[in-house]
Design a protein around this ligand. Structure first.
Ligand code: DGY
Length: 326
């Protein structure tokens, strides 16, 4: 019987899948809804054949070594894997897997929830109503910026970027994108999208949303210079990874009104948020909810479980990031 460790409380579907494959006794978990403390993690992974990992836990050399040489797979329940030291895993011959595809549409939906909320100031407006401050309809109350007919800028046109761009058609928007590779002519036409250089993206977007992975190249891709180059009416969104944005610079741009507003789901040091950003009325802040629908989180947990099952049964895990170790 294999030894599978789950680093925190997960959707039941993932647990059931593993239990059906190997029996409930094969599974142990830190079954709490909080990140596993590091010292607890080291003890719990000892002897594990598989780790079912969540992005709140760093999966690095110390964890792999604490697990031991029998560790056969680390399945991350997320499409992003910046919490995993992939080179350290590869060095030890440990396959790392992720959960691509299933969260694309759900994350694109949440991106749009933030676009509309930040453009039309719905967070501020809700706080205003609940505080008992609404006394009459007013021609000048809480005026936002329009979304329809505007230009959506997308930095990183992968699966989620395209899903966000597709939704823009319903708002009659033009799409500009900046990406390492150009989409096919058919895709560009279908998305009404034009490839532009980064300065043009910054200068011409009315709504700007990065959808790149976090890499050394994209860390702080948006900082003071970039916010300064944007329109002062821009709505800036981030549902990818916090460190893609320099949070202090974002807070300053919001406070100076050198940008109009922001809708932010991910932060540099989650769950800590830069204190200056917390003060900004013109920011809508969410607790990393991009993929947080019941159906999608259930699918993510099932896919992570399937990757573990495949590996422990001697098959190729379907979503291996470092396939060279197999
Ligand atoms: C991911 O899968 O990378 C997401 O950030 C989790 O919602």
């Amino acid at each position: 019987m294999p030894n599978i460790f789950i680093t925190r409380h997960i959707p039941q579907a993932g647990y059931d899948r593993l239990a059906a494959a190997f029996g409930p006794d094969a599974i142990s978990s830190f079954d709490e809804d909080r990140a596993t403390p590091r010292d607890v993690l080291f003890k719990c992974v000892a002897g594990a054949d598989a780790i079912f990992a969540i992005l709140t836990e760093k999966m690095d050399a110390e964890v792999f070594d604490a697990a031991g040489p029998q560790l056969k797979v680390v399945a991350n329940m997320a499409v992003g894997y910046d919490n995993v030291d992939v080179p350290a895993a590869t060095e030890r011959g440990i396959p790392i897997t992720n959960t691509p595809g299933v969260l694309t549409e759900t994350t694109a939906d949440l991106t749009w929830a933030l676009i509309l909320a930040a453009a039309r100031r719905t967070g501020e407006a809700e706080r205003f109503v609940r505080a008992g401050n609404w006394h009459s309809w007013s021609p000048t109350l809480l005026l936002g910026v329009d979304v329809y007919d505007k230009t959506l800028g997308i930095y990183g046109m992968g699966r989620i970027g395209k899903a966000v761009a597709r939704r823009a058609a319903g708002f009659g928007m033009k799409v500009l994108y900046h990406n390492r590779t150009r989409l096919s002519t058919e895709e560009e036409q279908a998305l009404n999208a034009t490839l532009v250089d980064f300065p043009t993206l910054l200068k011409e977007s009315d709504i700007l949303s990065p959808h790149c992975p976090l890499t050394p190249d994209t860390r702080h891709a948006f900082s003071t210079n970039e916010f300064t180059a944007m329109k002062d009416s821009v709505v800036f969104i981030n549902t990818t990874r916090g460190p893609v944005v320099d949070e202090a610079a974002l807070a300053q741009a919001l406070q100076n009104h050198s940008i109009f507003s922001a809708g932010i789901d991910v932060f540099e040091e989650e769950p800590t948020i830069h204190p200056e950003l917390l003060k900004c009325e013109n920011a809508v802040l969410l607790p990393h909810l991009g993929s947080a629908s019941e159906a999608t989180r259930g699918r993510m947990a099932t896919i992570a479980a399937d990757n573990i099952i495949a590996r422990l049964n001697g098959d190729t895990p379907p979503n291996c990031i470092n396939a060279e170790v197999l």
